[in-house]
Design a binder for this molecule. Structure first.
Ligand SMILES: [Zn+2]
Length: 79
């Protein structure tokens, strides 16, 4: 779901930290003068995606490790 600028309603690309206020580039620059203090929505989404991907990879690795461990246990029982 695309976020909308709270001033003009265009697609927002910036968000004010710790608030639900979104701004498009123009309004962000007009309102704040400096957009470096704002959160880039796209970058934030990208970071979240990376974070989730990493979590998923960790989880899969763990699953794989559990399976391998189980296989080893089974092999040991065969002896
Ligand atoms: Zn705007």
């Amino acid at each position: 779901m695309a976020k909308r600028c709270i001033i003009c309603g265009k697609s927002a690309i910036y968000r004010v930290k710790d608030t639900p206020d979104f701004y498009c580039e123009e309004c962000a620059e007009e309102s704040f003068g400096d957009v470096t203090m704002l959160i880039n929505v796209e970058e934030e989404a990208q970071r979240l995606k990376e974070f989730l991907k990493q979590r998923m990879e960790d989880y899969l690795e763990e699953e794989e490790g559990v399976k391998k461990k189980k296989k080893q246990d089974d092999d040991e029982q065969d002896d």
